[in-house]
Design a protein around this ligand. Structure first.
Ligand code: GAR
Length: 209
């Protein structure tokens, strides 16, 4: 039986596209993207999903009174979709334990920096790269990790370093990190998960290949 992958998005969806392309190339192992859920009704990621015949749903944060109510609605949607794996691909809302406890070690996120640098609340999208450039780091990158109720703190699955270049802007650094790291390690982590190659022991992952 293949594993149902539900992808959560909020924006452009280039990481979703990398997953769709990987599935087409037979690189998601035993996984199949069965649904895309967006926190924004106008996210371009929804168009990417529809163009590829993938079911879409929209759950807008502002339609719910607080994060607990939103998280419960998301949990119900994920259960309804029979999600075996939930992938945050540019999903910009922090869900609470109403979801994280039910899908423990079954939700993964891609973060555009080398955790524990430039992560946690407020570090998302271009802000991450602005902070990295402000600090003057010479190397940044991306991290794929399991999601827990604490933002960007779950067990790390894969990381890839990317050089910062002189004259970089947040936009050029973001683009390089996406191309060289995110679009590679996110599909790879999904494949490892779907092929049952990731174990979590004492808050760390063990990967067998
Ligand atoms: C990506 O760089 C992703 O790592 C980041 O937002 C971008 C979304 O792009 N996610 C976060 O910052 C989450 N903390 P995409 O919609 O084109 O995949």
């Amino acid at each position: 039986m293949s594993k149902n992958i539900v992808v959560l998005v909020s924006g452009g969806g280039t990481n979703l596209q990398a997953l769709i392309d990987a599935e087409k190339n037979g690189e998601l192992g035993n996984g199949k993207i069965t649904c895309v859920i967006s926190s924004k009704a106008d996210a371009f990621a929804l168009t990417r999903a529809a163009d590829n015949g993938i079911k879409t749903r929209v759950l807008v944060r502002k339609d719910f009174s607080d994060i607990a109510a939103y998280s419960k609605a998301m949990r119900d949607a994920l259960v309804e979709e029979k999600a075996d794996l939930v992938v945050y691909a540019g999903f910009m809302t922090i869900l609470d334990e109403n979801v994280c406890d039910v899908f423990e070690n079954k939700m993964i996120n891609v973060h555009p920096a080398l955790i524990p640098s430039f992560c946690g609340k407020g570090f998302y999208g271009l802000h991450v790269h602005e902070s990295a450039l402000e600090k003057g780091v010479k190397v940044s990158g991306a991290t794929v990790h399991f999601v827990t109720a604490e933002c960007d703190a779950g067990p790390i699955i894969l990381q890839k370093a990317v050089a910062v270049e002189e004259g970089d802007t947040p936009e050029t650094l973001q683009k390089r990190i996406m191309e060289q790291a995110e679009w590679k390690i996110l599909p790879k982590a999904v494949q490892l998960f779907c092929d049952d190659k990731i174990k979590v022991v004492n808050g760390k992952t063990l990967i067998s290949e």
